[in-house]
Design a protein around this ligand. Structure first.
Ligand code: NAP
Length: 470
């Protein structure tokens, strides 16, 4: 691409300038510009490190979110504490080699502590602040005032940067073709970012990159999530590539979930039970296979307050999604799950997988659906009927008339947000839930496996629903 002759002054530069001006003005207005006649910490205060913090925060590739700002505040706290602790060594610090060792030590300790807190964005401040405190000619008790002043300045700078980042828009450039549209997630990357992706054939339609990058950004994690087409039958080659390229892991969608099973070094219980892997973590060259669909479905039900234990469930479909949902419902203590499928043999095969014997196969004709709906406490549609982009639709919805009013109706489909089944159920007074909850919760569980962090799904839900346009 041809570079413009006149450099573009982007919003990040504007933000930096505004933040620096604002930070300086605060100190100037309060008459705190290194007034030697003031006592203690006040005499040491000035705008210098506040401006530096503003520059660091607004220039940083990751510095534009609240979480990143908070990370930097944590960095200041960690770095400031370390700097002050090292000052307690006293006059011995005047020896150059002791100071050099101390500088190295505070940097190692600062980075280590921030990584322990899972705050990589805090590392820079955790090193900068103690170095600033230690590299000074100030002596005696004044050193502590000096340290306090640097910490206060830096905190003010970070707060100003946060304010400016929050108030000013992110980008003043016109959107590039294909960029910034709804459903497109832009990520800012550090060179250390660990790679994740979703594989499938086809996979370009996948919402996983949007979901995962939204969570990665919100959590300030140093990961990036890509979309990787892998042709059917080539999972083994892909796994080798992923290991060689240093991927931390990947998700799998159609048609790879079953093919991955024998390629795993270890399988978790659900992946083994469902005979399908949707999440692969690569750790020290070994592949660990998980399946988060069933657990994600249970979490989605729980978040809507829908109880499973002791209930009778009418489950429509016997494909891949139905398998995970049905077996997990059985595990969660459902009294009976009736699997109604167009191809009854597939329903029978699915029911045979249930060690608890709570799954019962049935047909998909109107009479059967009506008979089983009458005794159901919960109805779950796991067929693709009603999904956007497919021609199939329920022949009639009269089986819903037999369903007790208290029974919630769940559709795994999330596009459209309300299928005809859900609309018909809502019109009859049933509580309804679409497949967005499952999509979100299985993704949260996958990211927990990839990163080893605990994620609060409630925090993520609103963000994901917003980017998904719900
Ligand atoms: P699948 O393995 O292809 O299974 C499709 C199911 O739909 C089968 O039981 C199939 O019955 C049934 N079906 C298809 N056309 C039908 C028709 N005209 N009449 C009656 N039954 C019909 O697909 P899947 O992976 O299980 O996915 C099923 C649905 O769940 C899809 O809509 C998918 O989008 C959704 N899903 C959502 C999430 C989420 O995160 N929310 C996750 C996974 C799946 P036969 O066995 O007789 O062919």
């Amino acid at each position: 691409m041809k570079r413009p002759i006149i450099p573009h002054i982007g919003m990040r530069i504007v933000k930096t300038a505004v933040a620096v001006m604002l930070a300086y003005s605060i100190f100037a207005v309060l008459d705190l510009v290194y007034r030697k006649d003031y006592q203690g910490i006040w005499g040491m205060l000035g705008p210098n490190y506040a401006c530096i913090a503003c520059i660091v925060c607004t220039q940083s590739t990751l510095g534009q979110t609240l979480r990143q700002g908070v990370s930097r505040l944590i960095g200041v706290a960690v770095g400031g504490t370390l700097g002050v602790l090292v000052l307690l060594l006293g006059p011995v610090l005047d020896m150059p080699w002791v100071k050099a060792l101390a500088l190295g030590g505070v940097c190692v300790a600062g980075v280590w502590f921030c990584l322990l807190l899972k705050r990589p964005a805090a590392c820079a401040m955790a090193c900068i602040v103690p170095c600033v405190i230690l590299i000074t000619e100030v002596a005696g008790d004044d050193r502590f005032y000096y340290a306090g002043a640097r910490i206060v300045e830096t905190v003010i700078g970070v707060l100003v940067a946060l304010l400016v980042n929050g108030v000013l828009p992110t980008n003043s450039r016109p959107e590039e073709p294909g960029g910034g549209a709804a459903g497109v997630q832009r990520v800012r990357l550090d060179n250390t970012a660990r790679k994740l992706c979703v594989i499938g054939d086809p996979v370009e339609h996948s919402k996983s990159p949007l979901l995962q990058n939204t969570m990665i950004e919100a959590l300030g994690l140093d990961y990036v999530y890509l979309c990787q087409p892998v042709p059917r039958g080539q999972c083994a080659q892909w796994l080798e590539c992923a290991k060689f390229a240093g991927y931390a892991g990947f998700n799998a969608t159609m048609p790879h979930k079953e093919e991955l099973v024998p390629l795993m070094d270890e399988l978790d219980g659900d992946a083994a039970l469902f005979g399908a892997v949707n999440t692969v973590c690569i750790r020290e060259g070994r592949a660990y296979g998980y399946n988060t669909d069933g657990a994600g479905f249970l979490r989605a039900l729980a978040s809507e307050g829908i109880a499973v234990a002791g209930s009778t469930v009418l489950l429509l479909g016997a494909g891949g999604a139905a398998k995970a949902v049905a077996l997990k419902l059985s595990q969660a203590g459902a009294e009976a799950v009736y699997i109604c499928n167009r191809t009854v043999e597939k329903a029978q095969e699915l029911c045979a997988l249930d060690p608890a014997g709570r799954l019962h196969p049935a047909g998909f004709d109107g009479e059967t659906l009506k008979r089983l709906a009458a005794k159901a406490d919960l109805l779950v549609n796991c067929t693709s009927l009603g999904m956007a982009g497919t021609a199939g639709q329920f022949a009639d919805f009269s089986f819903l008339d037999a369903l007790p009013r208290r029974a919630p109706v769940v559709d795994l489909i999330y596009a459209p947000a309300e299928t005809q089944l859900l609309a018909q159920a809502r019109a009859r007074g049933h509580r309804t839930m679409n497949g967005m909850g499952l999509l979100i919760h299985q993704a949260v569980l996958s990211l927990e496996h990839f990163t080893g962090t605990n994620i609060n799904p409630a925090d993520m839900e609103a963000k994901i629903r917003a980017v998904m346009g719900e």
